[in-house]
Design a protein around this ligand. Structure first.
Ligand SMILES: *Cc1c(COP(=O)(O)O)cnc(C)c1O
Length: 374
């Protein structure tokens, strides 16, 4: 059999090393390598412009902004969230001493199903933590309506939703705050990194204290803060990656169009089309395998891809609610989460990044579109 190179599920956007070298020389000569340096400030400003949001606070990864948002908003008691996400979403609730309450997802966008949220609200509920899964916007209007009715905060885990807009507006402005991840696997990366999107100046100031141990000045500590600061080296990587992220998203879009064209007529394979009025970022390309119609199970297809050097990922399987830490919670019962449970058993995220070649896509499509071919 012909030997092919491996195709990974993702590939990080990388700055030109010479350009990065020039920025490193600036950092070295300033001898200011962290704590709100020049590139940190420049990246916050540039991201506010690019993302069309009023305030951003950079963090050293995408998990700390989640932890910090729950602290800053003084969330207590129970938090309604989705089991269909990366574990960090629920871990951050737990690390704040809060109780996660899992609610099922809507298969139309893999986000929280607004029809099922109200039944999960108790007198102890104080917040909803939805995820814009795969960068597909949640039903933000319905979620906000429910939050307003019951007096709840809404914190969006928008780790997948870099640059996503609906009706010409950033979805990052929804809710009380949104969090971003700039991990290497995301559409826009700083190697490790993240951010909180904030709507007003006073809260931005408070978040900046919280991510720096609570320091308000040299001698004044105003909160039990944490160290969540992004350093200058990674802010510089971010500034350079921001200049090329539109090109990367355009390349991802082309890959998504090719996948859709080739897989639309394959029985038992479902995928997402663009949503009307939404500017997508093509951060992932999930397909959902209906084994009865397709002829192979999801895991059979997954293994077949692997044996051809194609690395899909089963995002999000297993569900967070099935991990030993969480499965004893009453809301973690599979009966409570029928859509999430089914979809976690159907999903494969196909390789999706800016470096996929037409030949790569042909190889992947040839396998997915031909379940009969051994
Ligand atoms: C990546 C990711 C995170 C965590 O981000 P890190 O930067 O890896 O800490 C949180 N939530 C979701 C949904 C993610 O995909």
């Amino acid at each position: 059999m012909e030997k092919h190179r491996d195709i990974t599920v993702t590939s990080p956007l990388l700055p030109d090393p010479d350009e990065l070298g020039r920025l490193m020389k600036d950092i070295w000569s300033s001898r200011w390598i962290t704590n709100n340096g020049q590139f940190h400030q420049q990246l916050e400003t540039a991201l506010c412009q690019y993302l069309k949001v009023p305030y951003i606070s950079l963090f050293t990864n995408g998990t700390l902004p989640l932890l910090t948002a729950l602290q800053a908003l003084r969330i207590s008691g129970e938090v309604i969230t989705t089991p269909y996400s990366f574990v960090a979403t629920t871990h951050c609730i737990w690390w704040n001493g809060l109780r996660p309450v899992f609610v099922d997802i809507d298969p139309a966008n893999c986000g929280l199903d607004p029809d099922k949220i109200e039944a999960a609200i108790t007198p102890r509920t104080t917040a909803i933590l939805p995820v814009h899964c795969y960068g597909k916007p949640c039903d933000g209007a319905r979620i906000q309506q429910i939050a307003d009715k019951y007096g709840l905060k809404v914190i969006y885990d928008a780790a997948h939703a870099f640059g996503v807009e609906s009706g010409g507006q950033s979805i990052l402005n929804w809710g009380d705050m949104s969090t971003l991840s700039f991990h290497a696997t995301k559409v826009f990366n700083t190697a490790e990194g993240g951010a909180l999107v904030i709507h007003d100046e006073a809260t931005k100031r408070r978040i900046d204290y919280l991510k720096n141990f609570g320091f308000e000045s040299e001698t004044e500590v105003v909160a039990p803060g944490i160290n969540g600061k992004m350093d200058e080296v990674r802010a510089a990587i971010g500034l350079l990656n921001l200049k090329q992220v539109d090109r990367a998203i355009a390349a991802r879009h082309q890959a998504a169009l090719r996948y859709r064209e080739a897989l639309r007529s394959v029985p038992g394979i479902r995928f997402f089309d663009d949503m009307p009025g939404v500017k997508h970022n093509y951060s992932y390309f999930p397909i959902f395998v209906n084994a009865d119609q397709y002829g192979l199970s999801r895991d059979q297809l997954y293994s077949r891809l692997l044996s051809h050097g194609i690395y899909g990922r089963r995002y999000f399987y297993p569900l967070i609610s099935t991990f030993s830490t969480y499965r004893a919670l009453p809301s973690a019962a599979p009966d409570n989460l029928p859509n999430a449970t089914r979809i976690a058993n159907e999903v494969i995220c196909l390789p999706m990044h800016h470096l996929l070649t037409p030949a790569d896509l042909d190889r992947i499509i040839d396998i997915v579109a031909n379940p009969d071919k051994a």
